[in-house]
Design a protein around this ligand. Structure first.
Ligand code: SAM
Length: 292
């Protein structure tokens, strides 16, 4: 089975937070009956990859010093499959057919798990699942782990409308967003479309840019567009956006940083369940998992 190679130490942090949350969630929910019987618990991994990922180790780090080495070489799908108590259903969505095939192979390794592999675009597949699942008797966790800004805002709206899903979203504030916001505000149309799709509305233009009067050579002045954006603003903007559609949003999010302590990604948590009990419990569990 091949493995995906990507990320850095933030990948380890991201996966350990999500895995921890799945454990806490499954344990808490096992005790909660739905109106007829215990809720069906589902886990949806929407940018699933394969079952494994490559971990780069430095020569100076002896492998035997890493007790969790096995787990850390597993991707989100395997980590979720290992969580106890188990979910009733695992849905792995992956657009690349070869990778979806590798996810299929997990079925023979996890015979006691109910796995569905969906070889489709994650945004389409999630919207369909949200529409066709009976959320009165089902509760779920969705993990959105794209490389870039592939999560559409209307996918998040569909998730929020289920009133039954908790979601972890990897938001590429440094890697994705900052890179597309050019210094002078002259953004190619294709990038603007990506930003509109990912951020949900076009207000980002007035949030991340301001107009300024600058003196010109002839003792007059001219108006120019200046980028006015940084890590804090990216976080407050995105969390506010999430708050506009989800009853619960963890604030602050988990900052995934590189070796220079720059935030590359935000790992954001939101819960679509508006019940008072869940609004109290879900952010507690999320913070616990994130140890923040
Ligand atoms: C960052 S990797 C996933 C990593 C995985 N969570 C893990 O722990 O190894 C992102 C995956 O999403 C897939 N992907 C990218 N765009 C997609 C889309 N629109 N729909 C479904 N899968 C997509 C890529 O092929 C890739 O396998």
């Amino acid at each position: 089975m091949s493995a995906l190679a990507f990320g850095g130490s933030w990948t380890e942090r991201k996966l350990s937070v999500v895995r921890e949350y799945l454990k806490l969630y499954a344990t808490a929910l096992k005790k909660q009956p739905s109106p007829e019987k215990p809720f069906t618990r589902i886990y949806i991994d929407a940018f699933a990859g394969t079952g494994d990922r490559k971990v780069k180790r430095l020569e100076s780090q002896p492998l035997l010093d890493l007790p969790d080495l096995d787990a850390m070489a597993k991707s989100s799908t395997r980590l979720a499959l290992d969580v106890e108590p188990a979910f009733h259903r695992y849905i792995f969505i992956e657009r690349v057919t070869k990778r979806a095939g590798e996810l299929d192979a997990l079925k023979s390794q996890y015979l006691n798990r109910n796995i569905d592999v969906v070889n489709k675009d994650a945004n389409d597949a999630i919207k369909e699942l949200c529409r066709t699942t009976n959320w009165r008797v089902t509760r779920g966790v969705v993990f959105l782990d794209p490389y870039g800004l592939q999560v559409s805002w209307d996918t998040l709206i569909a998730i929020s409308q289920t009133r039954a899903i908790d979601v972890w979203i990897l938001f590429p504030s440094g890697m994705g967003l900052n890179r597309l916001l050019t210094k002078d505000g002259n953004i190619p149309q294709e990038w603007q479309d990506t930003l509109d799709r990912a951020l949900g509305k076009t207000e980002w233009r007035s949030v991340f840019y301001r107009n300024e009067e600058v003196p010109d050579l002839f003792e007059g002045s001219r108006r120019t567009t200046v980028k006015d954006a940084g890590a804090d603003k990216f976080e407050s903007f995105y969390l506010n956006q999430l708050r506009s559609i989800f009853p619960t949003v963890m604030d602050p999010s988990v900052h995934l940083t590189n070796s220079k302590e720059q935030t590359m990604y935000l790992l954001c948590f939101a819960s679509a369940n508006p019940s008072r009990k869940v609004k109290e419990l879900a952010p507690k569990l999320a913070r616990w998992a994130a140890k923040v």
